[in-house]
Ligand binder design. Structure first.
Ligand code: SF4
Length: 349
């Protein structure tokens, strides 16, 4: 069992974060927020996939003004992503968002910062400080020579100081870079000094599979060190894919169990069935199952049931026929064409 670092508890809407709460899965919409219908549709898809907190970009006042309308129609808490503009932050708070992602050091005049922080405090809305290696202050780049992990942590500390001076502690922090090890070092350093909850992820990782590999290594490494309270997988792909990958990372690292885990063999010269097609059919048939179960789809009955002993249910192919097994024990032999249906029937029982 991995010992998680103790962090402070905050709440985004009704979702608990930090202080032993489960590691939460976040994502961000990719629609134009001003397109209310499309944004709601995407958030509903994310809800179905298990996303627990959604972030939406707020590029202008029109986007800020539709947040209330969107929020009314969704179930999960919503965070407004704002850069610089305090008016957008105030409008987002007025619209009832559950969290803000804004860097107080970038808001400008002190009175503007105070206005935003007072409004957030009144509504008990946490603020995420999001440091990105690509946009560090010039003086920090000069001090450290380039955007190092120390520079990233110092940038976060500057924003934190502003909030703490205003007696605001409902803070979550992210320290993202597209370089995996730099990101990991930044989170390690920060968590050795502070107990604010951390939103972890690798930024701008690219498409599948490159982005999945980078995210899995970076997020996985941190989780296994006990670091991280919420995660987001950033991919140049649908946000639903991001959520699916996030849950896989949490499953593999032992932090969350959700839905069906498919164990399938890579196939070899002994395989006489179309495993790829069968896996697709099984995944599709079980996509709405929420209970954590392991299902094996193996290429042959010589090694299949043995190799997949850990699975709750499974099938293994053969020449024109195959076997259905439960916990490694053979239940029956059926025709190849009926194999997937027989497995699904057994699971549904
Ligand atoms: Fe090969 Fe059978 Fe193992 Fe699949 S289960 S990899 S087909 S030996």
């Amino acid at each position: 069992m991995i010992k998680r670092r103790q962090t402070r508890r905050i709440y985004i809407g009704g979702v608990s974060i930090g202080e032993g709460a489960p590691v939460r899965v976040q994502s961000m919409t990719k629609t134009d927020t001003r397109n209310i219908k499309a944004t709601i549709r995407q958030i509903k898809q994310l809800e179905l996939a298990g996303c627990e907190i959604v972030r939406v970009a707020v590029p202008d006042i029109t986007a800020a003004k539709v947040l209330g309308e969107i929020k009314k129609r969704i179930k999960i808490p919503m965070i407004a992503d704002i850069h610089f503009n305090y008016k957008l932050a105030l409008e987002a708070i007025k619209q009832g968002v559950d969290g803000l992602r804004i860097n107080p050091g970038n808001i400008g005049a002190k009175w503007k910062v105070r206005e935003v922080i007072t409004a957030a405090k009144d509504r008990k809305i946490p603020i995420r400080i999001g440091v990105n290696a690509g946009s560090l202050p010039k003086d920090l780049i000069e001090k450290y020579g380039h955007p190092t992990h120390e520079a990233m942590v110092e940038a976060a500390e500057r924003h934190i100081e502003i909030l703490e001076e205003l007696d605001f502690h409902d803070i979550k922090v992210s320290l993202k870079a597209s370089d995996v090890m730099k990101t990991v070092e930044a989170y390690r350093l920060f968590s050795s000094k502070h107990d604010y909850p951390l939103h972890i992820g690798i930024t701008e990782t690219g498409p599948v599979p490159e982005g999945v590999v980078k995210s899995s290594i970076g997020i996985g490494l941190l989780l296994l060190e006990g670091i991280g309270d919420t995660i987001r997988v950033s991919l140049t792909d649908s946000p639903v894919v991001e959520v699916n990958v996030a849950y896989e990372i949490l499953r593999v690292t032992g932090f969350r169990e959700k839905g069906v885990e498919i164990i399938s063999c890579p196939t070899c010269g002994r395989c006489e069935v179309n495993i790829k097609k069968m896996v697709k059919q099984v995944k599709n048939a079980l996509r709405n199952v929420k209970e954590p179960i392991k299902v094996a789809v193996m290429g042959c009955s010589v090694n299949g049931p043995g190799e997949a002993k850990e699975a709750d249910f499974g099938i293994a192919g053969g020449k024109g026929q195959g076997i259905v097994f439960v916990k490694g024990k053979i239940l029956k032999t059926v025709k190849e064409t009926e194999l997937v249906n027989a497995l699904i029937e057994e699971i549904r029982k």
